[in-house]
Ligand binder design. Structure first.
Ligand code: ZN
Length: 78
């Protein structure tokens, strides 16, 4: 897994997770609510694992997206 895929997966996972939680809560479907939470948590977990600099391994701030240069080691990213 690279950081680009990880970043996309974070958004997809969070959006899908929130939708499932909202629908599950709204319709009172417990298992749907549970799956939503699991997907949301998995999206965050994989981001923590893979959204890192390929040069120094430092975890990036997800709020800023994929940085052009690594804020930690200064290596060119894209
Ligand atoms: Zn770096």
């Amino acid at each position: 897994m690279d950081y680009q895929k990880s970043y996309v997966l974070m958004w997809v996972g969070m959006i899908v997770g929130i939708i499932l939680v909202a629908v599950g809560a709204g319709l009172e479907i417990g298992w749907l609510l549970g799956i939503g939470f699991v997907i949301f948590a998995a999206a965050l977990l994989q981001t923590w694992l893979f959204f890192r600099c390929p040069h120094c391994g430092k975890l990036w701030d997800t709020r800023g997206g994929v940085p052009h240069y690594c804020p930690e080691c200064g290596e060119y990213i894209w």
